[in-house]
Design a protein around this ligand. Sequence first.
Ligand code: GLP
Length: 241
Amino acid sequence: MNLIKVKNYDGMSEKATKLIVNRIHAIENPVLGLATGSTPEGLYQRIIEKYKQEEVSFKNVTTFNLDEYVGLEQNDTNSYYYFMNDKLFRHVDIAMNCVHIPSGIAEDLEKECTAFERELGQAGGIDVQVLGIGGNGHIGFNEPGTSFSSRTHVVDLEKSTIQANARFFHSIEEVPIQAISMGIETIMSSKEILLLVSGEAKADAMEKLLLGEVSEDFPASILKKHEHVTIIADAAALSIA
Ligand code: GLP
């Protein structure tokens, strides 16, 4: 894993933007894996700026998102579809039929997972997957204990994840208890992975990732087995490691 240390959140977002824009330019029909959460917001804002300055275009870009809550409509402000549209897609020239986010309201969720994997395969796999990390080491919504050989699946969210994400909802009762998430093997089949980590709240997780063993108890640890991972982490996230 290639670790890039930066000062703070802005530094992380800046470096991540350079890397993503570079890949969009370098790859003919780039397939990006995208993440939600507070961590990649700065990256998306900067990408929009680059688009406005005509330094990047999404015309040939296809995207796949890591995850979606079960039970939330696309127009629910807490759905990840809404987040991605609001924070990135509606501001750039991406073709919306090239955007793939699992539907959390599909009648048959298992079928939705299979269809998502099929579309991913048809697109030729992910060139660069952007990842954040949960305090408990989750990637996507793959909670501790998830099999390393998992593909896109329905997951039960841990209490700690529900609590961490409750800040976006009116009350904790409103936070969905399930999600659809790319599996760990799905994430690992990306050609390149970019993990973004910022803030003191992630310091424990960073320590475990950098110094701990590879174990299903800490999902992000599998990234050590990937050939092309870049971690961009800020000083606060690295304060323990
Ligand atoms: C959620 C998402 C993850 C994200 C994590 C961290 O659980 N499903 O993809 O990485 O939260 O979020 P944040 O970046 O807000 O800390």
